[in-house]
Ligand binder design. Sequence first.
Ligand code: FAD
Length: 486
Amino acid sequence: MSNSVEQQESYDVVIIGGGVSGAAIAANLARYDLRVALLEKSADFGFGVSKANSGIIHAGFHHNLSALKSKLEIQGNLMFDSLCHQLDFPFRRCGIVVAAFTDEEMVIVNELYNQGVENGSPGIELCSHERMLMLEPKLNNDVVGGLFAPAGGVIEPYLYVFSLIEFAQRNGVETFTEFKVSTASRQENIWHITSSDERMMQTRYVINAAGLYADHVSEIFNGEKFEIIPRKGEEYLLDRASKAYPERVIFPVPTPNSKGTLVIPTVEGTTMIGPTAQEVDEKDDDTTTAENMKNIFVLAANMVSGISRRDIITAFSGSRPTLPGNDFMIKISETTPALIQVAGIQSPGLTASPAIGEYVKDLLKISGLTMIEKKSISRTNQKTVKVRFATRAKLKELIKKNPAYGNIICRCENISEAEIVEAVHKGHTTLDGVKFYTRSGMGRCQGGFCAGKVIEIINQETGIPVEQITKRGKGSWLIVERLNEL
Ligand SMILES: Cc1cc2nc3c(=O)[nH]c(=O)nc-3n(C[C@H](O)[C@H](O)[C@H](O)COP(=O)(O)OP(=O)(O)OC[C@H]3O[C@@H](n4cnc5c(N)ncnc54)[C@H](O)[C@@H]3O)c2cc1C
């Protein structure tokens, strides 16, 4: 995934962090005549918080417009139709319902509705018991009433990040993985950045979009002192055969700290329930617990009765990078020249990301960077072929052109060899990178059948020895020794 920095390259803008914020900023800056680099410490993009979330495009009614996150949420939401068309990632505006089960909860729903109207959430409506059941027949019959926000939707977060990166790369942004920024110094108005393995580059402007580590990166640049507090969320993914799959994203009435436990129809046809919201000490704590699973199931089953624990195929967790005050901090640094802080990007960071890209571009202009639009750019990503959605006739045609479309590697999700080869050719050379790009290993058997075959394909296409192929980068080795060498 990475280019190598042969000598000390020089950029106009360096973005630190290849999650959804950094990727959206890179895609935005790709439209301008600038030399831009995106640096990511992991083996692939989106491997931070951006891979472990609920995948919801929020509809702009949860927060008051006085918060920056709320303004960017609604702006970001409205950008998703054209982005999806332009960048080719799965997105469905299925709508969101908030279900109230008591009259007291209905009072809060009324407040959310008024907030949504004020924020400009398109088509938001207050609903009776009957209307709620009509909008979402899977809801428990005890629902008193609720709210419907048709602008809400779902995406696959990692594919969205990959498509932003692809767009940025097609339009000249240079991207580097396994580049962990460790030191920085400033001489004659230029930043000199060094990675942990001593690669170096220079830049006029720096954007700190380092998610959970934005506080560390700020320290490296002598920027503002702040502490990112990780707030962990556990999620449970159910089999696609689950009877619980709803039409719309179902929210409970929120608490002051969290939007609550949701039942989510993923854009790929599976059901997800979660997340929890718990402050933790370790930024990289990605554990899940039996106790939280039990709690999530009780809460989700209160809203949708068809939920069964037997349907769980996997669990994961991610931590929201929060700041005291619970808002985003996106600003020109007040302490350090030519540094823009993009910190505290907790939920709704995914939804807000396209608007974050615009906002940061404007901050760069205010900082004095001359931005001239390129005369021509490549406006759309290439459409990807997905065997699981192909008609019989289309499949026949594909196999005729390339027999690898007929070799199914992931049987649960129906992913062909050709799709895995394409992922590898696009630079996804870890098992998780291929999984996030193709869905191989995301089904019922969780890679039990296909992981070995995917490793073989990565080896064939890249020449990386199988012992060096990892799940998600250094340290996550998959194969210790080859059997035939024992
Ligand atoms: C459980 C959960 C559910 C959520 N659900 C939703 C939702 O449904 N909808 C929604 O809108 N939002 C949701 N969010 C929020 C959303 O996921 C985040 O706001 C968003 O992913 C943050 O993206 P980011 O790019 O700022 O951070 P990240 O994705 O963490 O990216 C930061 C990147 O910086 C890299 N990095 C760190 N330090 C360095 C360094 N020194 N050098 C180089 N690179 C570095 C990291 O490796 C990382 O990849 C959820 C979050 C969680 C945890």
